[in-house]
Design a protein around this ligand. Structure first.
Ligand SMILES: [Zn+2]
Length: 411
């Protein structure tokens, strides 16, 4: 039974036409389902809970839900150490979009305006961390990793990312350099240590980046984090579980105009200006009342996001510490000294512990390998007494493709 169910879920989420530049939440979800046997069942339960509690959300109409946010900035290059202002610009876009206070609400077609909703959800940078210490809700961390994949490594300090803050109390946002994708979100029901959204630097905050510079990728991913599916239900004319979004055939690239009729959704056509399509930032401008109910149902008692309501993240801190500004790391690369040397050379690879376990080749000018040395620690000595006097190259390669090649002279 369970196998059959997982199979049908895979079909449900299994669309292969996603463009690389866009949201990859659906393929991410597929990966998670493969790796976590109980997840499909949990997602089914949450879907059932959501359906049963949509009507109950009328009870909390008029009450704003405030979500404490922590932004983990994983920077490799100095330019990626983005400012507090840029972070705040993203939070502002989220709030305007979820409160329907965005200036572009005027662009919502007249026929869809009656469906548009103020979701009454707001986002604020945390002022108390999980230990109730003062914080500005922004963590900046140098990482030796230059580019990340959709494998959640950025969510773990042990992988040179940064651990999530307790996801029952905080929304975690990781901002890092993603390899050919704009962002992805975890759906409610996944592992707490992986819960949150991940965004590429290019798709974060208000910037001059074409197509993704208006902060709407975060709005879209936040929709997923709050249980929304893509409008087309990730299959041809599929169901997104929302009663007031029209059925549509598939995603919308770019920035269309006019009425586009698919799946018999005339006369009004596709709602491609909804945040849960793939339309460019400049052309999305609404969530509907039905989407609002789906998102808010998760906060009902017993729901997967209910614990956020009792978070202390926005309460004044109990421990006021003036954070010591983090000193900039040196933009390190492998270092070798002294050079020239007659007996030993010191190798300092402390900027990236992933060198440990790799092998160094020492090559002479004729291209012959004359010595192999295993890297056992990040700062080590290499005995070169046996080498004849002359010029040599020291070379090694890491799994991520980074290689080192340094020249030294044996006296
Ligand atoms: Zn998406």
């Amino acid at each position: 039974m369970r196998t059959g169910f997982i199979f049908s879920l895979l079909l449900l989420f299994g669309i292969s036409k996603l463009t690389a530049q866009n949201c990859t939440t659906v393929p991410y979800q597929q990966e998670q389902l493969k790796n976590n046997i109980g997840l499909a069942e949990k997602i089914r339960e949450i879907e059932e809970f959501t359906k049963q509690h949509i009507a109950a959300t009328a009870r909390t109409e008029g009450t704003v839900i405030r979500i404490p946010v922590v932004v983990h900035i994983l920077y490799h290059y100095p330019s990626e150490k983005i400012s507090d202002e840029l972070v705040q610009s993203q939070i502002d876009v989220l709030n305007k979009s979820f409160r329907r206070r965005n200036a572009d609400t005027v662009k919502t077609p007249e026929t869809f305006k009656p469906l548009a909703a103020d979701v009454e959800i707001e986002f604020q940078l945390a002022i108390s961390d999980p230990q109730r210490k003062s914080t500005n809700g922004i963590v900046r961390k140098y990482t030796p990793i230059a580019k990340w994949k959709m494998d959640d490594a950025m969510k773990f300090s042990s992988n040179m990312g940064d651990d999530a803050w307790d996801a029952k109390s905080y929304l975690n946002i990781w901002v890092c350099k993603l390899d050919k994708l704009a962002g992805y979100a975890s759906f409610p029901g996944g592992e707490l240590s992986r819960d949150g959204i991940v965004l590429d630097f290019n798709a974060f905050g208000v910037t001059t980046n074409t197509g993704y510079g208006m902060g709407k990728t975060a709005v879209h991913e936040m929709g997923h984090w709050l249980g929304l599916k893509h409008l087309w239900g990730d299959e041809n004319c599929g169901d997104d579980g929302v009663y007031d979004t029209p059925k549509q055939a598939s995603y919308t690239p770019g920035c269309p105009t006019g009425i586009r009729i698919t799946c018999g959704n005339g006369p009004n056509g596709d709602m491609y200006m909804n945040y849960m399509d793939f339309t460019s930032d400049a052309c999305t401008n609404l969530f509907t009342t039905g989407q609002k109910a789906r998102m808010r149902a998760l906060f009902e008692p017993g729901g997967p996001r209910n614990s956020i309501l009792s978070s202390k993240g926005l309460n004044p801190p109990l421990i006021n510490e003036i954070p010591i500004p983090e000193s900039d790391p040196q933009w390190l690369h492998p270092q070798l000294y002294p050079n020239p040397s007659s007996s030993v050379i010191n190798l300092d690879l402390s900027y990236d512990p992933r060198w440990v376990g790799k092998t160094i080749q020492i090559v002479n000018l004729q291209g012959q390998t004359v010595m192999l040395v295993a890297i056992t620690t990040t700062t080590m000595q290499v005995d070169i007494k046996k080498l004849q006097a002359g010029v040599y190259f020291l070379a090694a390669k890491k799994d991520d493709g980074e290689s080192m090649k340094m020249r030294f002279m044996k006296l």
